[in-house]
Write a protein that binds this ligand. Sequence first.
Ligand SMILES: C=CC1=C(C)c2cc3[nH]c(cc4nc(cc5[nH]c(cc1n2)c(C)c5CCC(=O)O)C(CCC(=O)O)=C4C)c(C)c3C=C
Ligand SMILES: [Fe+2]
Ligand SMILES: [Fe+2]
Length: 349
Amino acid sequence: MCVQMTDTRPPYDSFMLVSFGGPEGPDDVMPFLENVLRGKPVPRQRMLEVAEHYQQFGGVSPINEQNRQLLVAIKDEFKANDIELPVYWGNRNWDPYFADTLRQMQADGRKRTLAFFTSMFSSNSGCRQYRENLAEACAEVGGNAPSVEKVRMGFNHPLFVETISDSVKAAAESIGADVKKTPVMFTAHSIPMLMAENSDYVKQLMETCRLVAEMCGAENWSLVYQSRSGPPQQPWLEPDVCDSIESMDKASKLDSLIIVPIGFISDHMEVLFDLDHEASDVCKARNIKMARAATAGTAPKFVTMIRQLVEERLNPSAEKPALGNLGPWHDVCPVDCCLYNPPQRPRPT
Ligand SMILES: C=CC1=C(C)c2cc3[nH]c(cc4nc(cc5[nH]c(cc1n2)c(C)c5CCC(=O)O)C(CCC(=O)O)=C4C)c(C)c3C=C
Ligand SMILES: [Fe+2]
Ligand SMILES: [Fe+2]
């Protein structure tokens, strides 16, 4: 006998942009970094080093302003496509914090929200930690806080791949390079090996890089990592972007190089400092013409992708576009998705 289950949940009634947050002035930098690194075995020296990067930009991370612009673009996109979901924004590490946003949503009578996380790839940091922090915030807000459900990871969505492919072509053009022949170095945030092994981070990144390279015709590409923050004895994903530039150039003199921050959706501090400053200095010292491809930001195709990811959840019979070999990623994470339990070590004093 087949038993038809009825979905008794309320319909989706809102949208939430779920992001990282960033400091908005010099006094915010240390409390922000304390939030980011709570429970993570990152040496204090590295924390102070990163604080200095932020202070060089007046203590202001561009991420919040970029998210404000993205929110405007999403609202316009929803309006133009008759999606009547009010749009909210909450961050893990800075104002507006998840709990404050959920409290506002509760006051507005919202019961069930669809969330887009500003991470295109599955990892503990980009998936599970967001979900756990949202669940903690819901518990803090109380019984009738809205439930939050994330849309699927969009790493292989055709419109994400197109957005980055367009950026790579524009970057090549900006230095008069032939995208087919010029080395294209995709970069993503390094994470501990143990975290990587418990997620599909590298598999998804490799797939997106392959798809972007195929779409824009880049024949010489690699995936490297940046922004490592772990203690020296803990293995993190390698190679590092600056080391890679040096070793590639030593192996065979580079004329031009295109760097593509595939792991980040906007031009925040890790892109401005680690690529536009550090990697760019390595290239200048070696006389390599470097172009850094733009991140997705508010590119119209990227904003349309966010709208389509929402639409496919509002209408479960809608098509779920995905390029390549991995298929559309899951809507609902399995229980063990992106687990990470690092070995506990005493904190250095
Ligand atoms: C254990 C892993 C990580 C540590 C430690 C870490 C430190 C760290 N990160 C930032 C700033 C940013 N990180 C961002 C993204 C990001 N970070 C990690 C992992 C660690 N970071 C991952 C896997 C990712 C990608 C997924 C995600 O969470 O978004 C971002 C971008 C966020 C965005 O929404 O675009 C920033 C900014 C600092 C300052 C820091 C401490 C030294
Ligand atoms: Fe990070
Ligand atoms: Fe996950």
